[in-house]
Design a protein around this ligand. Sequence first.
Ligand code: AMP
Ligand code: MG
Length: 401
Amino acid sequence: MLSYQQARELVTSSLRAVFCEPQSEAVPLGGALGRILAHDLLADRDYPPFDRAIRDGYAVRAADTGRSVVLECIGELKAGDTPAVSVAPGNCIQIMTGAALPGGADAVIMIEHTRRNGDRIELDRAIEPGQHVVRRGSEQAAHKTVLGKGTRFGFSEIAAAAQVGAAQVTLYQKRRIAILSTGDEVVDFAAAPGPFQIRNSNSASLAAQVQALHAEPVTLGNARDTYDDLRTKIAAGLESDALILSGGVSAGKYDLVEPVLREFGARFLFDAVAIRPGKPVVFGICRGKPVFGLPGNPVSTMVTFELFVRPAVEVLSGTEPGSLPLIEAALAVRLCEKPGLTHFLPARAEYGAHPMVRPVAWQGSGDIMAMTRANCLLVVPPDRENIEANERVQILPRGLW
Ligand code: AMP
Ligand code: MG
């Protein structure tokens, strides 16, 4: 059986093999957060566009400076001013943060290192050329790439685009991800369930996980555990860019997702991964589209999405899938798990210089409430049965899930 790492690798390599570039659209920069740039964005000019003072002080010639040296102040420059006068030997110009360095000067001495008496500025030290100055073009050269195609916009990328004047950006269109739950016992979450029915929480969590990736969920409701209903709804799901099913992939008599996908010509890359929760997870390519059959237990559905569907949606959307952001933490309690599978346990970490983690109490993979108390998943490797308190373990911090 594949490890979760091998399964992730298989998902990304298969997706790259069937990938075709999404359509693009122009969007005002304010709407770009979380979305993906469809072309290289170039700098319109050098950054900074001039040699910029980064302290309040005096623009000087470094060679003139020294302890007890007195310079004559011949003017003042604030941010936005055009420098009109040059600094000649023995002179200086008062300068504010963000202003352009005047001709002749090659450094800024901080105001704290000077004493002013009229136009006479006494220095308390020598400074080096270039001190407290950021050279023109040193952050970014004109006409070179600021943000590469495939970059996802966070607030820093929005700032960079704003800085270079990209009031509109060309983004990849959002991928449409079909979501279909299955199960005779499942009713819409807005409906009143019978005594032995359950509400459809998987469609809700999957739609949220898709939205968190800035793709567009297309919710198709729930299919009954019959060939006919599954056929009709899977056919509708294959109209989207990818299809995610929940439930119906275990070994039960009414687990019909795999046989119906096979009828549609699906090529399966895996139908089990050595993990708990989520072992019976299915991944295939059907009519050129990725299809996932996630186990129906809600925690399994959420965890397998994060492990396997997320990288697929990232590749489809035109960006590089990130590696799993695993971090180390010390285990607060002793753990005893059955070996053979990698376990992902809902857990609570206290972050800080020395993160500490403990599993939350849970009743297994149907326990949604436990996930709401967790802020990470604790990863127990397949070869570990007993892990002692204070041992180092890996955790997968919770982002938006
Ligand atoms: P299955 O994978 O179809 O065998 O379902 C496993 C468990 O998950 C069963 O207890 C189901 O009732 C439950 N389940 C299946 N689908 C959903 C759903 N859409 N929302 C919440 N629970 C579900
Ligand atoms: Mg079922």
